[in-house]
Design a binder for this molecule. Sequence first.
Ligand SMILES: [Zn+2]
Length: 72
Amino acid sequence: MSLSIVVNCDRSGPYGTCAARFYSGTASEAEAYEEAARDGWDAGGGIDLCPGHRPTPPAPPTRLHPEETPRP
Ligand SMILES: [Zn+2]
């Protein structure tokens, strides 16, 4: 018998919960979350979100002229 962990997306919307699933190849919860994270999931923090629902990290500000020191 083999056992593996499936990570479900916890995002719910007006049409029900998200159908995204991540089928890990491990029975260890920590490893399953690791695999999911490598696949773009935001998992393991209580609420698991698929790559399509995870909040996008804010992009670092782009300096147009890095050689100039900004003046107050
Ligand atoms: Zn989702």
